[in-house]
Design a protein around this ligand. Structure first.
Ligand SMILES: *Cc1c(COP(=O)(O)O)cnc(C)c1O
Length: 354
């Protein structure tokens, strides 16, 4: 830390992203990226857009907004775009939390929520998940404050139903509920259709997972016009040109290529079923995942040992050295070939152990 670093950030512990090693070629099952390349149409449109990089991008993302708006049936003033959905989540902490409206979220969830709260100096409370890692909705309903819930949750993959979320929205119409749907396309139900009925609902999604565009950094939120207007205020107060022209073009391309996205999601869902069944045969336990990852533990091997052994064998998975989940590893669902290699290497790890 330099001696110039503002005191307001001293002690700030930043988010630790999953490893992106370059020293050898790993099978990457650690950051929930897609194993499939981006849509060809998206690639082509990004390349076209590169020819106009001397110009600023459209700060209102009008064409991208129109494309999404048609696809999901919400109007353009109910959508805001950001540089990855992490940015819109950060904006939501900035816009909808303060001393009177602390942030509340589960103790086991996306690690960035507490970082956003800390960085913005927002008080927050972490609600312990139930023993089986489901979300104690009754506790959330009784608390005051802005709710942040990943649905499906990470790293458990467990999903709430739209009806459960609706009851949470009704429990206090005077607080905002943010539903982070980063993984919703892998089998859970989106609550986007509720935004017209509940002006306290904000839903965020990302192009990083199901749409194979983690490198492009594109995410969005949808919600009532007024919530979205607040997020635009924050966006225009930081960086109005937050979506670069190539990403914007690629975003339009992938939205025009929905069949490709859905085909890939179906593959991931199939591979998740396949890998889960095979791992259960080997003695693994896991949470019921609706996401593009599974959260597994084995009675004979710790989460850290499994992570380390697999890394030596060229496979990266995610291990969290945190209370309650240190026995687990989170494994991203990849292609069928990657899953076969994973199963083969896990078999070897287990044999070496016994
Ligand atoms: C991956 C992820 C995000 C956001 O990712 P971006 O790449 O910034 O869009 C948000 N929430 C959860 C739970 C995630 O796993």
């Amino acid at each position: 830390m330099s001696r110039f670093f503002s005191k307001k950030y001293s002690g700030l512990v930043p988010y630790t992203p999953g490893e992106q090693p370059k020293e050898r070629k790993y099978i990457k099952l650690n950051t929930n990226e897609s194993p499939f390349p981006p849509s060809e149409l998206a690639q082509k449109m990004a390349a076209e857009a590169a020819k106009r990089l001397m110009l600023y991008p459209d700060p209102d993302c009008r064409e991208l907004t129109a494309t999404l708006s048609e696809l999901i049936g919400v109007s353009s003033d109910e959508i805001v775009w950001t540089n990855g959905s992490d940015d819109v989540l950060n904006f939501a902490f900035m816009a909808f939390c303060d001393d009177e409206q602390p942030a509340i979220f589960p103790d086991i969830t996306y690690g960035f929520y507490s970082v956003f709260a800390e960085a913005n100096r927002i008080p927050y409370e972490m609600i312990p998940l139930n023993e089986d890692f489901t979300i104690p909705l009754d506790v959330f309903k009784q608390k005051k404050g802005t709710v942040f819930i990943a649905n499906p949750n990470a790293p458990t993959g467990i999903a709430l139903t739209v009806k459960e979320i609706e009851e949470l929205l009704q429990s206090d119409p005077d607080r905002v509920v943010v539903i982070d749907e980063a993984y919703v396309d892998f089998g859970a139900e989106s609550c986007i259709p509720l935004i017209r009925q509940y002006d306290n609902l904000l839903v965020t999604q990302t192009f990083s997972k199901s749409r194979s565009m983690a490198g492009a950094r594109l995410g969005f939120a949808v919600g009532s016009k007024d919530l979205i207007a607040d997020l635009h205020t924050i966006r225009y107060a930081t960086n109005p040109y937050n979506i670069n022209s190539m990403t914007m073009a690629a975003g339009i391309g992938v939205l025009q290529d929905e069949a490709y996205t859905w085909k890939n999601c179906v593959s991931i869902i199939e591979n998740r079923g396949f890998a889960s069944e095979e791992l259960k045969k080997m003695g693994f336990e896991m949470t019921p995942s609706m996401a593009n990852f599974i959260f597994v533990k084995h009675p004979e091997i710790s989460g850290e040992a499994l992570y380390t052994s697999l890394k030596e064998k060229g496979i990266l998975v995610r291990y969290f050295n945190k209370p309650r989940i240190s026995e687990y590893c989170r494994i991203t669902i990849g292609s069928r070939e990657e899953m076969n290699e994973l199963l083969k290497q896990i078999q070897i790890v287990l044999e070496e152990l016994l």
